[in-house]
Structure formats: structure tokens, C-alpha cells
Design a protein around this ligand. Structure first.
Ligand code: NAI
Length: 447
């Protein structure tokens, strides 16, 4: 048969390109369709550009503190235009190397919009491609909120905000999920006035409550205003009235209230709410078609999508069952200090016997050396095993993987404590927090 492939992939984001590489490594013939740029939201309109800008805001913030460290700098200023251009250069470089990487595995990339003609037929650019298995990894787009429809001028999505090449003085952010919190931290670091409005009764409601409380403290310290249990009631000639009757006059509004799936055309997929319904092996109601990443709504994180992709390719090639547990996927919120968590929250453990230990970063020598004393490592254990960890600390994005390994491998706390943790490091807070489960932290005074 002409144009026959073992695997057809629609969407070249983290799920799509990881699946393509893994499948090619396992000897499958692979074709991948991407209508925009390779790399998906993560590389083009999400993780990478945002973290590139965030890094600049961190550099600016630390330079403003330089005198405290005995460094003379003179007046510090920034050019957002240069920051914006650097962000574009980083994305462009990564895009080019990603294409080369995927092609090096013999994957055929078709730069066109694909639709499904049948469960084993993909149409793109007027041609039909026959595919034994199909992976849908078409991602997501900013959710539309009634009354807060983006106009690209006053009300912006997280896509639009990346296209701004100068900064607003006064910004209102709707939603305090990952996007809202990261942008609040970026803009505030660049000296903009930031207000965050969150419908839930606490900031970052997906996190453990101690993280939300600490974030409130960090926001106050950075002069980021916030209103919880509040929504936008009306907008009249750029004057915003909130449900708590506060009146705000921002230069722009960033709407960061979730993302909705982009579902490819052609077949009638069973849905789970707005998302494509999948079984535990990520199969849709068509057994040879799999839906990964933001599309299935399990967890909208790039690394979760990559993990699903590897599992699905192994399922296709070896019928290896997938056991995806979203609580085992680490979450990271960037900014200073970083926030990360994995495993269960204290709320999830209500009704079962558990131990909790919170070790303050301020008890670490390393934190004092760096002047980064605001944070903690919180661990939760059940029957001598770590089941959850919640971290607000410099390097939290890396530290959290120590906990992910402990949880994934069901390590016992006494086994973990046999490991030597180097001094002076932030990892010592992990050791100390685990010691604290039995009130044995070395760097905290006797209670
Ligand atoms: P989200 O679902 O994480 O947070 C949206 C927040 O908006 C929620 O706290 C919700 O209560 C609030 N909200 C919803 N409607 C509202 C309204 N009308 N008024 C006020 N508040 C309202 O969604 P977000 O932040 O847009 O991110 C989308 C996805 O992208 C998430 O799954 C997120 O985890 C992911 N992402 C991950 C990042 C990371 O890993 N560092 C960075 C950026 C995004």
C-alpha cells in the first residue's frame, strides 16, 4: 500500500515529538504532521519563552540586590525589547535543533494541517496517509471565559502576552494557576504594578494549602496585590469592577484561567467534558487512535505528555500496560523562590494516618549565604514511606525529583536517611525534613 506508516502523529509538541523519536528508536516507520511550528505550545508559546523572560527578570532582580553582596553596579536598568528579542532567538534556535533531532531518526515531518478521514487514514495537503496506529497530540489553547474574551489589545491570552515588546505599568491577571503566578512574578520583578484575581478561596488552589499561604506572603513581599474568592463582574471602558466591588483600571488584562483542548477534525471522538476520553492506555473510542497530553485533560504539563508518549509507544510495540498516576508527576511553578510539589497533599490524606514535617529553608547555612531564606520543605509520610512533598525553595524545580524518585520507588524513610546529603546545599532541607518526621531534625531547636 502506498503511503503506509506504522505510526502517524498529529501534533509536534512534547507528546508528539517524543512519541516520534521513541517509535523510530523501536523500528517503526513514523510520519508527523505539524501545522505551525515544531515544539508545540511548550517551545513556542509556553514553557521555553516564558522561562527565558523569567530568567531575565530574575537576573534584573538579583542585580538590584547586588549592593547587599558588596557588588557595585551603578544604576541598573533593562531593555524589554532586548529581552523580547532574546526570547525569540532562544525559541528559534531550539526549534531548528528540534527539527534536526526528529529528522535524524528518519521521521517524516509534514508541515500541514492534518485531519482524520478514517481511523487509519490521515489527510494533509490533499494526500492520504495510511497509518496503522495514530497518536493525537494536538495540544490546547487558552480557554475562553465569558465576558473576558481576548481582543489582543486590552484583554490578552498567555499567547498574546508573549508578543508584547514593551511592558504595561499596571496589569491585572485573572487566575492564579501556573500561568497567572509566573507572569505575576515576572511583571512584578520588572517593577510593574500587578493585581491577581482568583475565583478560588486561595492562591494556586491546585497546591497544598501551606504553599498557597506562603505564596500569599511572597506576593505581599513583592507588592503583588491579590483578591481571592473574586471574579471580574464587569468591564466598562477599561474600568474593571470585581465581584468584591473593587474597581481597577489596568493597562491590560491577562486572562490565565485554564486551557481547552484542540481536537482534530474528522472523527467523532467520545469526550470527557471538553477533553477526548481515553482509557488507561490512552486509547480513544477508536482502539488504534491514542490521545495524549493536553488533549485528554489528565494533566496539562509538558513532562506529563512526554511520559504518556513513551508509555503509549511501548504499549503499541510491546502491549506493555500503562499505569499513569498523575499525583506522581512533579509540578513546578517558576520564579523566586521556585515552588514544586509531587505526590499527595495534606488535604488528600484526610482520614488516613500520616506524619508531616516542615523544615524552614531559613535553618540552612546555604540559604543565608545566598540571602534566600524564605521557603520550606514539607514532607508527608504514611507507614514509613514518603507520599508527598511540597517545596518552596531555591532550586525546588530540581530538588523535587529526589522526592519523585522516593515516591515512585516506595523508598522507606530509614533507607533514605542512609544517603549522605552534601553540605552546604538546599538538598539538606530534604534530609532535615525527613528527619523531622520523627522530631529529629538536627538544625531545629528542641520543641
Ligand atoms: P490553571 O487551571 O492552572 O489555573 C487557572 C486558575 O484560574 C485557577 O486557579 C482557577 O480557579 C482560576 N479561575 C478560573 N476562572 C476564573 C475567573 N473567571 N476568575 C478568576 N479566576 C478564575 O490554568 P493556567 O494557569 O491557565 O494554566 C493552564 C495549564 O498550563 C495548567 O495545566 C498549567 O499547569 C499549565 N502550565 C504549567 C506551567 C508549569 O508547569 N510551570 C506553566 C504554565 C502553564
Amino acid at each position: 500500500m502506498e503511503n503506509l506508516f506504522d505510526l502517524g502523529i498529529i501534533g509536534g509538541g512534547p507528546a508528539g515529538y517524543s512519541a516520534a523519536i521513541r517509535a523510530a528508536q523501536k523500528g517503526l516507520s513514523v510520519i508527523l504532521f505539524e501545522k505551525n511550528s515544531m515544539g508545540g505550545v511548550c517551545l513556542n508559546r509556553g514553557c521555553i519563552p516564558t522561562k527565558t523572560i523569567l530568567h531575565c527578570s530574575d537576573v534584573y532582580k538579583s542585580m538590584k540586590k547586588a549592593e547587599k553582596f558588596g557588588i557595585n553596579t551603578g544604576e541598573i536598568s533593562y531593555s524589554y525589547e532586548k529581552i523580547f528579542n532574546r526570547k525569540n532567538e532562544v525559541v528559534e534556535k531550539l526549534q531548528k535543533s528540534l527539527i534536526k533531532l526528529v529528522q535524524s531518526y528518519g521521521v517524516l515531518i509534514i508541515s500541514a494541517e492534518a485531519k482524520l478521514n478514517a481511523p487509519d487514514k490521515i489527510e494533509a495537503d490533499g494526500r492520504i496517509y495510511n497509518c496503522k496506529s495514530i497518536i493525537l497530540s494536538t495540544g490546547s489553547k487558552p480557554a475562553k471565559i465569558k465576558g473576558l474574551e481576548a481582543d489582543g489589545n486590552f484583554i490578552l491570552t498567555s499567547d498574546d502576552i508573549l508578543n508584547l515588546n514593551n511592558l504595561p505599568q499596571n496589569l491585572l491577571i485573572i487566575g492564579s494557576g501556573a500561568i497567572g503566578v509566573e507572569w505575576a512574578r515576572i511583571f512584578s520583578a520588572f517593577d510593574c504594578e500587578v493585581t491577581v484575581v482568583e475565583a478560588a478561596d486561595r492562591l494556586l488552589p491546585a497546591a497544598d494549602t501551606d504553599i498557597s499561604k506562603r505564596l500569599e506572603r511572597l506576593f505581599k513581599k513583592s507588592k503583588i496585590k491579590f483578591y481571592t474568592s473574586a471574579k471580574v463582574d464587569s468591564i466598562d471602558d477599561r474600568v474593571v469592577t470585581l465581584s468584591n466591588l473593587q474597581i481597577l483600571t489596568p493597562d491590560i488584562i491577562l486572562c490565565a484561567a485554564g486551557r481547552e483542548p484542540v481536537i482534530p477534525q474528522g472523527l467523532d471522538f467520545e469526550k470527557d467534558g471538553r477533553f477526548i476520553k481515553v482509557n488507561e492506555n490512552f486509547q480513544t473510542n477508536f482502539a488504534n487512535i491514542y490521545a495524549l497530553g493536553d488533549l485528554n485533560g489528565k494533566l496539562q504539563l509538558a513532562h506529563s505528555a512526554v511520559h504518556q508518549a513513551l508509555g503509549v509507544v511501548d504499549y503499541i510495540t510491546e502491549k506493555k500496560e500503562i499505569h499513569f498516576d498523575k499525583t506522581r508527576v512533579p509540578s513546578v511553578i517558576y520564579g523566586t523562590p521556585e515552588i514544586a510539589w509531587v505526590g499527595k497533599t495534606e488535604e488528600m490524606l484526610q482520614g488516613c494516618e500520616y506524619k508531616v514535617s516542615i523544615f524552614p529553608v531559613s535553618a540552612l547555612g546555604k540559604a543565608f549565604a545566598d540571602d534566600e531564606i524564605d521557603g520550606f520543605v514539607k514532607v508527608l509520610s504514611v507507614a514509613g514511606k514518603i507520599v508527598g512533598a511540597h517545596v518552596v525553595c531555591p532550586e525546588a524545580s530540581s530538588l523535587i525529583h529526589q522526592f519523585a524518585l522516593m515516591i515512585d520507588n516506595c523508598l522507606k524513610t530509614d533507607e533514605i536517611l542512609n544517603t549522605v546529603f552534601a553540605h552546604p546545599t538546599y538538598s539538606e532541607a530534604i534530609f532535615e525534613a525527613i528527619l523531622g518526621l520523627d522530631n529529629m531534625s538536627l538544625s531545629l531547636p528542641r520543641l
